[in-house]
Design a protein around this ligand. Structure first.
Ligand SMILES: [Fe+2]
Ligand SMILES: [Fe+2]
Length: 423
């Protein structure tokens, strides 16, 4: 059985690498500013979650994969080091210029080391993953910096990987020099107090009541007298703002190192869904004549939630914001149907379907997340207490992001009316 055990041991390492990738690469998401880069990272994280799950499934068919899901300390140490640069661009360069290429080399090694017929089921998976990794490298290339700091950081991570002879120990080891300095020896990672939106203007909230101040005028959403074309633009702004969910949900992975893999798997799916919802708005608004540089991004939910522990963040998200959004969204969907805009109907229908899954994830995982933090109250009681804590936190950490644009230059309810030709 030695041959099976050897290959199962490699698959186990690959599983841990992918697992740890999603726990740590998610910290890049709130730190990089470009929306298309955030979306791409969410997609790669979701694909990594898929790789990890298939590896675990196949691995468990083989003797020697091991029963638990823990990540060994050397792997955890490498990935924990990788998130430490203060510049998100430098950290990105490390993940994609050092760790991902080493992961691709590891998969290639697996393919060359295993028997093509005996281990056919693993081989098919690994071939697929190699294709994914090559595509990830192509997709991310335009976002990667080639600065001296980025090169130096890649070198730093390459040195760590070389010390174990590659991620699967497939090469000769090159021991670390005696003066090698781990950044993690003197720095720990903390999520930023506010998230990055790059060149786009920001604000605290896009919801309100004054049509000369905000783009989403709450009473208009449900008022039968509102023109459906206005509602369509408002709902695309709303969808685009789900970028806040992308940014704060991304913080939960790193903060739950003891979570079962399936929890992170579903969180990765949730994250990718939110990034797609945000992209619905980000990509459709320009087609309707909206200049994205006039749309402020709301940061309140991030700035408030990042001050709360992860299980409270997740409780607010699934039990409050998502569970509470259905009635308004249903009314909006009815209005949009008047426009015979098949694409808008489709996007909203998928958004709704995804959101129903998210609430289901919440029911499944919130109790587990609570137990990770020693929370023993019944779920209902905990959710109620968290709602009032959120209100308190909102008083301190909400409303702190000033308008990036003066009212005359930003997209508002009345500007949307003008855009569709109503004024
Ligand atoms: Fe969403
Ligand atoms: Fe959602």
């Amino acid at each position: 059985m030695a041959a099976v055990q050897d290959m199962a041991r490699l698959q186990r390492v690959l599983f841990e690498l992918e697992r740890e990738f999603l726990r740590t690469a998610t910290t890049l998401i709130c730190r990089v500013g470009e929306p298309e880069l955030k979306y791409l990272l969410c997609q790669h994280v979701w694909e990594s979650a898929g790789h990890a799950r298939f590896l675990r499934e196949r691995g468990r068919e083989m003797a020697g994969f091991g029963a638990g899901e823990d990540v060994r300390p050397e792997i955890r140490r490498l990935f924990t080091e990788a998130i430490l640069p203060e510049s998100a661009d430098t950290a990105l360069a490390g993940f994609y210029g050092s760790i991902k290429p080493a992961l691709l080399a590891a998969y290639q090694h697996y393919l060359s080391a295993t028997h093509h017929l005996a281990d056919w089921p693993s081989r098919k998976l690994v071939e697929e993953f190699i294709g994914d990794e090559e595509r990830h490298a192509r997709e991310i290339a335009r976002f990667l910096p080639d600065t001296p700091a980025a090169r130096e950081w890649r070198q730093h991570l390459d040195t760590i990987i070389a010390a174990s002879g590659g991620l699967l120990s497939e090469r000769t080891r090159i021991p670390l020099a005696s003066d090698f300095a781990w950044v993690s020896d003197h720095r720990t990672y903390r999520h930023p107090a506010t998230c990055n939106r790059g060149r786009y203007p920001t604000c605290s909230s896009v919801f309100g009541y004054d049509a000369d101040e905000v783009p989403i005028v709450r009473p208009w959403l449900l008022d039968p007298a509102t023109d459906a074309r206005v509602i369509r633009i408002m709902v695309y702004v709303w969808l685009m703002m789900e970028m806040d969910a992308v940014d704060y949900l991304a913080t939960v992975f790193f903060d739950t190192p003891a979570a079962p893999f399936d929890l992170h798997h579903d969180l990765a799916r949730h994250l990718w869904d939110e990034s797609r919802h945000s992209a619905f708005g980000f990509r459709q608004l320009p087609k309707l004549g909206v200049d994205l540089m006039t749309v402020e991004h709301s940061l309140d939910l991030y700035t408030i939630l990042v001050q709360m522990p992860p299980h409270e963040r997740y409780a607010m998200m699934t039990m409050e914001f998502e569970a509470g959004s259905f009635p308004t969204k249903a009314a909006v969907m009815d209005r949009i149907r008047e426009l015979n805009d098949f694409e808008a109907d489709t996007l909203l229908a998928f958004d709704r379907n995804d959101e129903q899954n998210h609430v289901r994830y919440g029911h499944r995982w919130l109790p587990e997340m609570m137990s990770l933090f020693g929370e023993t109250r019944p779920v209902d009681e905990f959710v109620k207490a968290t709602q009032s804590r959120f209100k308190e936190m909102a008083e301190r950490f909400g409303g702190i992001t000033p308008h990036g644009l003066p009212a005359e230059r930003r997209l508002t309810g009345n500007k949307i009316k003008a855009l569709v030709g109503l004024v």
